[in-house]
Design a protein around this ligand. Structure first.
Ligand SMILES: Cc1cc2nc3c(=O)[nH]c(=O)nc-3n(C[C@H](O)[C@H](O)[C@H](O)COP(=O)(O)OP(=O)(O)OC[C@H]3O[C@@H](n4cnc5c(N)ncnc54)[C@H](O)[C@@H]3O)c2cc1C
Length: 269
C-alpha cells in the first residue's frame, strides 16, 4: 500500500537543539491549516517504511505495515504563522520519533487537518496571573502562547522550565529575551544534572516541586498566588504533573474540567 499519498505537508526546517531534541517546522501543501488556539496539539505521522535516525535503537513494538504511524504533538509556533512548529524529544526505541529525527528539509510528512485540545488561555480573564510549568518539550505549547498574544495580557506570567541539562532547555534564548522585554513576564529555568555542565551552571538545580514549595511566584510577584488570582498550567512528564497537582491542591487549587472550572490545567506527554 502506498502511504506516501497521505503525506500532506513538507518539512521546511529541522533544527537539532540537543542530542535528543529537535525543532521541526512543517508547511501544508495545497491546503491551509485552520486557525487554532495556542496550547493545542495536532497529529503528525510517517509511513512505517520511513528511515529511522542513526541514534535510534530497536523498536519496542513493530508498527503496522499498512498504516501511518501517528502521534500527538503540541504546536510551538504562533497561532498567526502558516508554518507549524514542533519541539520533539527522541524516544530511542519509539515508533515515530526516530523517523521524525531522520527527516530532512523538503521531506514529506502527514499532519492532522485540525488542532485540538483545551490546554489554552482563551477562557481565562486577562488580569489573572499565569504560571506555566514545563519539563523538557512540555514548553512547546507555552511558546505558542507567548508568541501569539499571551504577553498582551494584564496579569503576570512565569515560565518555570525543568530539564536534565542546560542544553535541553529549548527556547531558553527566546524566553530570556522576552523576560528582558516584557515587565509582566519572568523565566525561571532549573536543571537537575549540573555535574554534566562543561562551563558550570549558576542557576537553580532543584526539582520544580521544591521550587514551587519555596515560594518562587511570591518572590517574583510580591504576593502569594492563590486560586482567586492565578491559574497554573502543567505540561510534560506525567510524574511532575501529578506531584504538582498534589502540591497545588494543598493551596486550594482545583483541576480545570469542562463542567467544573478550576485553576489547574494539565497536559501529560
Ligand atoms: C497531547 C499530547 C501532546 C504531546 N506533545 C508532544 C510534544 O510537543 N513533544 C514531544 O516530544 N512529545 C509530545 N507528546 C508525546 C508524543 O505524542 C509521543 O508519545 C512521543 O513522541 C513518543 O512517540 P514514539 O512513537 O517515538 O514512541 P512510542 O512508540 O509511542 O513509544 C513510547 C511509549 O512506549 C514506551 N516504550 C518505549 N520503548 C519501550 C520499550 N523498549 N519497552 C517498553 N515500552 C517502551 C514508552 O515508555 C512510551 O510509553 C505529546 C503527547 C500528547 C498526548
Amino acid at each position: 500500500m502506498d502511504l506516501t499519498k497521505e503525506l500532506n505537508c513538507v518539512v521546511t526546517q529541522s533544527l537539532q537543539v540537543s542530542p535528543i531534541m529537535k525543532i521541526i517546522r512543517v508547511m501544508p501543501q495545497g491546503w491551509e491549516f485552520p486557525s487554532f488556539e495556542s496550547g493545542q496539539f495536532v497529529g503528525l505521522g510517517l509511513p512505517p517504511d520511513a528511515g529511522r535516525c542513526e541514534e535510534s535503537t530497536t523498536e519496542h513494538a513493530e508498527p503496522k505495515a499498512d498504516k501511518l504511524i501517528k502521534r500527538a504533538y503540541s504546536i510551538s509556533s504562533s497561532s498567526k504563522d502558516n508554518v507549524i512548529e514542533f519541539y520533539v524529544t527522541l524516544v530511542h526505541s519509539g515508533n515515530l520519533t526516530p523517523r521524525l529525527f531522520n527527516l530532512k528539509i523538503g521531506d514529506k510528512i502527514w499532519m492532522g487537518k485540525k488542532a485540538v485540545g483545551m490546554f489554552t488561555l482563551d477562557e481565562i480573564s486577562s488580569d489573572t496571573n499565569i504560571v506555566l510549568v514545563a519539563t523538557g518539550t512540555g514548553v512547546a505549547p507555552y511558546m505558542s502562547m507567548l508568541r501569539s498574544n499571551a504577553l498582551m495580557r494584564d496579569g503576570k506570567i512565569i515560565v518555570i522550565h525543568g530539564a536534565a541539562n542546560s542544553w535541553d532547555l529549548g527556547y531558553s534564548s527566546e524566553l530570556r529575551l522576552l523576560a528582558n522585554m516584557f515587565k509582566n513576564f519572568s523565566y525561571y529555568p532549573t536543571i537537575t544534572e549540573p555535574g554534566n555542565e562543561p562551563s558550570g551552571w549558576a542557576g537553580d538545580t532543584r526539582f520544580i516541586e521544591e521550587i514551587w514549595k519555596s515560594g518562587l511566584a511570591k518572590e517574583k510577584w510580591g504576593f502569594a498566588p492563590s486560586p482567586d488570582n492565578t491559574h497554573v498550567f502543567l505540561c510534560g512528564n506525567p510524574r511532575m504533573v501529578t506531584s504538582m497537582k498534589d502540591l497545588l491542591a494543598v493551596d486550594g487549587f482545583k483541576e480545570h474540567k469542562r463542567k467544573e472550572p478550576g485553576q489547574i490545567h494539565a497536559e501529560e506527554f
